[in-house]
Design a protein around this ligand. Structure first.
Ligand code: DOR
Ligand code: ZN
Length: 343
């Protein structure tokens, strides 16, 4: 196969940041994607409907002239979140999900949740109105090994929340383990799971063997090879439970290459060429569209995009980094030559 036309993809988990960084990174997503679920972990976070409306306006103002892009806004769940504000933001069509960060789990998560009982009224309201909860699924306990934090979260936090809140629609964000794949597979269609581009490509050796590679450091951190293979199996299966959320998370090189560097891989520019490579290697190019373009809209109750993108087998011309007013941002290097371009 040398050409593949897909319904235009969506990105169900994206960090766009704000200001100069937003203006620099957004065009790369707009090139290939029609819509994206926009993460609310700004400083300060996007907590209220009014804040989400203002952020959406800043995003739309940064969309290049003539291009089409729909930001699907989220609210950052805190212990002080007002269920009425969430319901109003949902009813107006502004907000498509609420994001749960366990406090301290990742970048800009300090305002997240420590006591899950305190957010029960909001979760119950979300179950009533059908508003999905997107979950960063890692415990933060210092005594839990960082490579085990996702699996422990499923048992100690995620499954109890779902049992206590019947009807709550949940997205397990950026899953990284065979444990998460198995859990997702065993649930009904009130549960979805996003998988990133980079977790289909790297395992923990890529970060740590032969010298430390800060550009491969993200959260949840990449795990053993057996987990990467489970993710590839899930993503390429076509199963409706699994869909693309790139978690493209730009940080300047100055902020990555520090004694305590930031977590995140910037994959917006080359996600589709990388995914075509991965799905071709797995003999699953016919299931790429389910992962990038069909399963996500079905989960979120939105129409599949009617326009298309065409991938052709020809090396793309993509940058190794992009320049921003804050400094360069390195594009994720998959470690293999890309053979597919978006035409
Ligand atoms: O690697 C990550 N980067 N994981 C997250 O959960 C947050 C993100 C960011 O905002 O940089
Ligand atoms: Zn993220």
């Amino acid at each position: 196969m040398t050409s593949l036309t897909l319904a235009r993809p969506d990105d169900w988990h994206l960090h766009l940041r704000d200001g100069a960084m937003l203006r620099a990174v957004l065009p790369w997503t707009v090139r290939d994607f029609a819509r994206a679920i926009i993460m609310p972990n700004l400083v300060p976070p996007v907590v209220t409907g009014a804040q989400a409306a203002a952020y959406r306006d800043r995003i739309l103002a940064a969309v290049p002239d003539g291009a089409q892009f729909e930001p699907l806004m989220t609210l950052y769940l805190t212990e002080d979140t007002d269920p009425d504000d969430v319901a109003a933001a949902h009813a107006s069509g502004l907000v498509k999900a609420v994001k749960l960060y366990p406090a301290g789990a990742t970048t800009n998560s300090a305002s997240g949740v420590t006591n899950f009982d305190k957010v029960r009224p909001t979760l119950e309201r979300m179950a009533d109105i059908g508003l999905p909860l997107c979950v960063h699924g890692e415990v933060t306990d210092a005594d839990i090994d960082i490579f085990d934090r996702e699996a422990v979260f499923i048992d100690r936090v995620l499954d109890p929340i779902r049992r206590n809140t019947p009807g709550l629609r949940v997205v397990m964000e950026h899953i990284t383990t065979s444990d998460a794949v198995a859990y997702a597979r065993a649930q009904d269609d009130s549960l979805g799971a996003t998988i990133t581009t980079h977790h289909l490509v790297i395992n923990r050796n890529h970060i740590l063997a032969g010298g430390i590679k800060p550009h491969y450091y993200c959260l949840p951190v990449a795990k053993r090879e057996v987990h990467r293979l489970a993710l590839r199996d899930a993503a390429t299966s076509g199963a409706p439970r699994f869909f693309l959320g790139t978690d493209s998370a730009p940080h300047t090189d100055a902020n990555k290459l520090l004694p305590c560097g930031c977590a995140g891989c910037f994959t917006a520019p080359n996600t589709l060429p990388i995914l075509a490579h991965v799905f071709e290697a797995e003999g699953a190019l016919d299931r790429l569209e389910a992962f990038t373009s069909r399963n996500g809209p079905v989960f979120y109750g939105l129409p599949v995009n009617t326009d298309t993108v065409t991938l052709t087998k020809s090396p793309p011309n993509l940058p190794t980094h992009i320049d921003t007013e804050d400094g360069p941002v390195t594009v994720f290097d998959p470690g293999f030559a890309l053979e597919w371009r978006v035409s």
